[in-house]
Design a protein around this ligand. Structure first.
Ligand code: AMP
Ligand code: ZN
Length: 466
């Protein structure tokens, strides 16, 4: 039976879906004012793995992910300059062009990571009406009030506010404390649902409260409940969302519908870089393209994510990612040795591995254990296509293209050759670059004498042992 750690109850719990037919999940998606970094990608790799674990367990899954193309502000609190507007100003583009550019880049990245596109990818700007109606419901139910700046959630109406998920010190929730504080707010903890747009604000919409724009938290309530119903199964996001964004989503849902929106709240721990935070000032906010520049492909990064449980911090270093690259290539190579070997494996042995794999993924998505089982199979002395097929089945969860040897386009195809051969190859490359074909042919013969045939391919020279 699948067990998941639920931030709501602070316990690992058996997963019981609302309906046996379909598990409904909502995942907080990217704010599209910049390229997503590899920390963000950890959250989406988790979202995808969770979805595939559920599918492996036989469930149908409906997954909704939002694209925040409005209203996520520079500060954690819901005031200050709009991040979208800031990038638009810096790149000299319209906010809509910025949103499109970074949404497209995001979709490209998640495809490279073998993340299946969610069933609904929904943009905030396409749901302004739904958000307005949502705010209206909260107001009508007496959980919000109007000031000259906007509509605020009245946190005093919910004694559990701040403790739904986080057991948070209320001080962390002081929305607006670090930026301009609205004196008309009844309490510093109250947060904006709907903001009256100052003249210079670019993204704004006509509403029953005049020209306004939505607060960030409202979009996830309005869109998740539109597509999945008032109550759905699972809500995911990174741990940074626990104390403010998700706490506020629950408050809003209670205000509008009288109850929490999701039964299970799952949170992914942070990716660290060199044991510290990712930050622009340290120049370590890496994207998938930065990894590609260093010949690390996206699936290597996905594999790297499986070296740690999603509830633990994961430390990224260049050394660690380079060893993940070597490991994944080695793993694929070992797996390929099982391919087409016509030896049968006892069904009971296969069943035992299937049970162990299922236990691992069902133990709160324990991917390090799942990976270790695959290694065990890959390393089996006796080769069999049955093992190959079994690993392929497990890979429907991991999505690492484990059945494709030499899949890493950045792999050094001549990894395992002796030093002497490598030197000759380097000399031959120089000769060919200088169009010195005579020298290049002499070197080809020398390589042959050492027992290596060299082929010239689009990816460069590749040697094979004769
Ligand atoms: P944002 O675009 O800032 O809303 O972030 C998108 C997703 O990435 C959210 O679920 C965040 O919680 C998550 N996230 C941001 N930084 C990291 C990180 N360093 N490690 C893991 N997840 C992160
Ligand atoms: Zn959200």
């Amino acid at each position: 039976m699948l067990k998941l750690y639920n931030t709501l109850t602070r316990k690992k719990e058996p997963f019981i879906p609302i309906s046996k037919d379909k598990v409904k999940i909502y995942s907080c998606g990217p704010t599209v004012y910049n390229y997503a970094h590899i920390g963000n990608m950890r959250a989406y790799i988790f979202m995808d793995t969770l979805r595939k674990v559920l599918k492996y367990n036989g469930y149908n899954v409906e997954l909704v992910m939002n694209i925040t193309d409005v209203g996520h502000l520079v500060s954690d609190a819901d005031e200050g300059e709009d991040k979208m507007a800031k990038t638009a100003r810096l790149e000299n583009k319209s906010v809509y062009e910025i949103a499109q550019k970074y949404t497209d880049a995001f979709i490209e990245d998640i495809k490279k990571l073998n993340i299946s596109i969610p069933d609904h990818v929904v943009k905030a700007t396409d749901h302004i009406k739904e958000m307005e109606e949502y705010v209206d419901k909260i107001v009508k139910n007496g959980y919000a009030y109007e000031t000259s700046k906007g509509i605020y959630f009245d946190t005093s109406k919910l004694p559990k506010y701040g403790k739904f998920l986080s057991n948070n010190e209320l001080d962390n929730l002081k929305a607006g404390a670090r930026v301009e504080v609205d004196n008309e707010k009844k309490s510093p903890y109250d947060f904006a649902l709907w903001i009256k747009a100052p003249k210079e604000h670019i993204m704004k919409w006509d509403s029953k409260w005049g020209l306004c724009y939505p607060g960030w938290h409202i979009e996830c309530c309005a869109m998740s409940q539109k597509y999945l119903g008032d109550k759905f199964d699972i809500h995911t996001g990174g741990v940074d969302h626990i104390p403010i964004h998700h706490e506020n989503e629950i408050a809003q849902a209670i205000g509008a519908t009288g109850h929490n929106l999701a039964n299970y709240w799952l949170h992914v721990e942070f990716l660290l870089i060199d044991n510290g935070k990712m930050s622009k000032s340290l120049g370590n906010v890496y994207t998938l393209s930065d990894l590609e520049k260093k010949k690390i492909d996206a699936l290597t990064y996905r594999y790297f994510n499986y070296t740690s449980h999603y509830k633990n911090k994961l430390n990224f270093t260049w050394d660690a990612i380079n060893s993940a690259k070597v490991s994944l290539n080695k793993l694929r190579e070992l797996i390929s040795l099982h391919k087409d070997v016509n030896i049968k494996v006892d069904k009971l042995v296969i069943k035992e591995y299937e049970d162990r794999f299922l236990d691992a993924i069902n133990d709160d998505i324990n991917m390090p254990v799942a990976i270790s089982i695959i290694w065990e199979l890959a390393k089996k002395k006796e080769k069999s296509n049955d093992y190959f097929e079994l690993i392929k089945k497990f890979d429907s969860v991991l999505s690492l293209d484990l059945d494709k040897n030499n899949n890493d386009k950045y792999q050094d195809k001549n990894q395992d050759v002796p030093e002497e051969v490598r030197k000759l190859l380097n000399l031959r490359k120089i000769a060919r670059d200088n169009k010195d074909y005579l020298q290049s042919d002499i070197l080809r013969d020398k390589l042959k004498e050492l027992g290596y045939i060299v082929k010239d391919t689009k990816e460069g020279q590749i040697v094979e042992k004769v």
